[in-house]
Design a protein around this ligand. Structure first.
Ligand SMILES: Nc1ncnc2c1ncn2[C@@H]1O[C@H](COP(=O)(O)OP(=O)(O)OP(=O)(O)O)[C@@H](O)[C@H]1O
Length: 244
């Protein structure tokens, strides 16, 4: 009998516990994200979704548990995260508003040779329909475009693991459809995507798997349709329209 090859997930979160003073924000959270897989982290407000992101990106120190990327402990600083191929967008976008769109997208590429930097940035601007706005100060653009700039900046580093914090938030139907296409394309190129999102239709559209958090614990994990009809998930969202 032959043993199937063991695959190391791109991201493995194991037994993660995070506390803020007396508040336990995460309590034994475990899940994997495979190569080229898109996993959505959902749950009611305060469930601990952003805290998971912050633990993966070393912005909070877990009380217990581990975060591994490609089988190695996740780096604990920004340079290490970049080298490990991890990129993230923020709920608040975090753009340099007075700088141009192109300059914003160039920011994470400072260690790349100049000629390659411009090519990489321009490629992402083209892909996200931002090339015509390259010279505009980012702060002057409408919200959907600024959101795409933040995504282009994260993608400019050619990440192997992309963390998206509420990427569909504040967008209309057409922009959400375009975003879904981008996520699918990025995943098809082999990038693993972990996204936090309240927009359940978008989640159902793009996620291969859904992890549901409630009060800092995983209450369900599985294929989108199975999770949507899980009684524990329905109970967690009772009275909310999010999974209606
Ligand atoms: N820096 C912090 N200091 C103290 N408490 C915090 C801190 N960050 C998060 N919390 C608390 O930890 C819990 C989880 O917060 P978190 O932001 O991870 O939830 P979330 O699921 O992302 O919520 P939302 O959907 O509203 O963004 C909440 O009770 C929150 O108030």
């Amino acid at each position: 009998m032959t043993t199937p090859p063991r695959t190391t997930p791109r991201l493995r979160v194991s037994g993660l516990e995070v506390a803020f003073g007396g508040l336990t924000a995460l309590n034994g959270v475990s899940f994997d994200v495979g190569d080229g897989e898109t996993v959505a982290l959902i749950g009611p407000n305060g469930a601990g979704k952003t805290t998971v992101f912050n633990a993966v990106c070393a912005l909070v120190r877990p009380r217990a548990g581990t975060v591994a990327v490609d089988g190695r402990p996740a780096p604990r600083n920004a340079t290490g995260l970049l080298r490990a191929g991890i990129a993230r967008t923020l709920q608040g976008l975090g753009l340099f508003e007075h700088m141009s769109v192109l300059e914003n997208v160039l920011v994470p590429l400072s260690s790349v040779p100049a000629v390659d930097r411009i090519a990489k940035a321009c490629k992402r601007l083209e892909e996200l329909d931002l090339a015509h706005l390259a010279d505009r100060p980012a702060g002057t653009l409408p919200y959907p475009e600024r959101k795409r700039v933040a995504l282009a900046r994260a993608l400019a580093t050619d990440p192997r693991l992309l963390l998206l914090d509420e990427p569909a938030g504040g967008l209309g139907a057409a922009d959400i459809a375009a975003l879904a296409d981008t996520v699918r394309r990025v995943a098809a190129e082999g990038c693993s995507v972990l996204l936090v999102e309240h927009h359940v239709d978008f989640v159902m559209d793009v996620a291969d798997r859904v992890v549901v958090l409630d009060f800092g614990e995983v209450i369900a994990c599985g294929a989108p349709e199975a999770v949507r009809t899980d009684p524990a998930v329905e109970a967690a969202y009772l009275g909310l329209e999010a999974v209606a």
